[in-house]
Write a protein that binds this ligand. Structure first.
Ligand code: KIV
Ligand code: ZN
Length: 379
């Protein structure tokens, strides 16, 4: 299964996000290290800095394929050639709404431009990834004809772009099967899912099950509006749930995502799957008891496989096992008396709506222990 990461292109289209070339290079090197097959480094026609960034990335990254986004025109493809990238990601809209209101051209004109661009890029030795923008709101028979002509012109990979995130898993599977059945030739079929209805991961997985050979993803789901399919969710689900093989080095996943979030200064929700602070945190008494006995009781995958760490959190839902665990990690023997006292204070604070931080629990434990030793001395 191929993984094309577009954090540096679609991800950078996150409202308010702009990266310097040096930051883009650092992210590209991290993605290479993570093992993504293709890195969409940027859209050289956007600005001088973007062009420079793509060029530097193409020079410095050697083991992932470097891709530049291009409209279907020679100017954009020439810029990509100047950057010395391995591949171009050509795109043009195919839906009637985009053709009528945005491009103001006919279906046949869009096809003509696409064919000419593919032939031009191929004649210069580039790998061609071709996206039909707004594929999922395009009439299916027209999309298949369009893709067929683009493959005939030499495109290596075809991409179904769910530009406004309107697909759902069963429909995505039907579309992937329809394209695979109706477009002949030697190509890899890819999907590019946006998350407007929260289904980008599910749609990507569904597409793979239906026969797609590549997914477009971004770290943490960065991207326009509600973002793109999150890399960390898609690759872990593919690997750990469905058993697909990718080139991802899973042990680096958490670190790479954390660093990208630091560079982009993008905040994620605590409960974000795989990389959120709560993704491998456990508070409730029943869960912590299970986790201590056998982590598989409440963890779908061991956190260490993706370079993350389990956290046992103390709060009003905690039970004695969690407190015993924390005391042991602090080198304190968890006598029933200490455990009960700590738990009592924790629950009282919780009932008052107070958050128990790591510092709070240390303070509570210190208080209980000091109190206990005073009593021992007096008695
Ligand atoms: O969402 C989209 O349609 C895109 C294209 C450039 C593929 O990002
Ligand atoms: Zn997109």
């Amino acid at each position: 299964m191929r993984v094309l990461d577009t954090t540096l292109r679609d991800g950078e289209q996150t409202p308010g996000l702009a990266l310097k070339p040096s930051e883009k290079l650092e992210i590209a090197l991290l993605l290479q290290d993570l093992g993504v097959d293709s890195i969409e480094a940027g859209f050289p026609a956007v600005s001088r800095g973007e062009y420079e960034a793509v060029k530097i990335i193409a020079r410095e990254v050697s083991s992932s394929e470097i891709v530049a986004l291009c409209r279907c025109n020679r100017y954009d493809i020439d810029l990509a050639l100047d950057c010395d990238v391995d591949a171009v990601h050509l795109f043009i809209a195919t839906s009637d709404i985009h053709l009528k209101y945005k491009l103001k051209i006919s279906r046949e004109e869009a096809l003509r431009r696409a064919i000419e661009a593919v032939e031009y890029a191929k004649s210069h030795g580039l790998v061609v990834e071709f996206s039909a923008e707004d594929s999922t709101r395009t009439e299916w028979s027209w999309l298949a004809r369009f893709f067929q002509e683009v493959v005939n012109a030499g495109a290596d990979r075809l991409d179904i772009a769910d530009t406004v995130g309107v697909m759902w898993p069963s429909r995505m599977q039907a579309l992937v099967r329809y394209i695979l059945e109706n477009v002949r030739g030697n190509y890899v079929l890819s999907v590019h899912c946006h998350n407007d209805f929260g289904m980008a991961t599910a749609n990507s997985i569904a597409a793979v099950e239906a026969g797609a050979g590549q997914v477009h993803v971004t770290v943490a789901g960065l991207g326009e509006r509600a973002g793109n399919a999150p890399l960390e969710e898609v690759v872990t689900a593919l690997h750990f749930l469905l058993g697909y093989r990718t080139n991802i080095r899973f042990e680096k996943l958490k670190h790479v995502c954390d660093r990208v979030l630091e560079i982009t200064k993008f905040n994620i929700a605590p409960n974000k799957p795989i990389i959120g602070i709560n993704a491998f945190s456990h508070e409730s008494g029943i869960h912590v008891h299970g986790i201590i006995e056998n982590p598989q009781t409440y963890e779908p995958i061991p956190p260490e496989l993706i370079g993350a760490q389990r956290r046992i959190v103390i709060g009003k839902h905690s039970g004695k096992h969690a407190v015993e665990y924390i005391l042991k990690t602090m080198g304190i023997t968890p006598t029933p008396e200490i455990v009960d006292k700590v738990l009592k204070i924790v629950k009282e604070l919780g009932d008052r709506g107070e958050k128990i931080t790591e510092n709070t629990i240390i303070e509570i434990i210190k208080l209980v222990i000091t109190d206990n030793s005073k009593k021992t001395t007096i008695s």
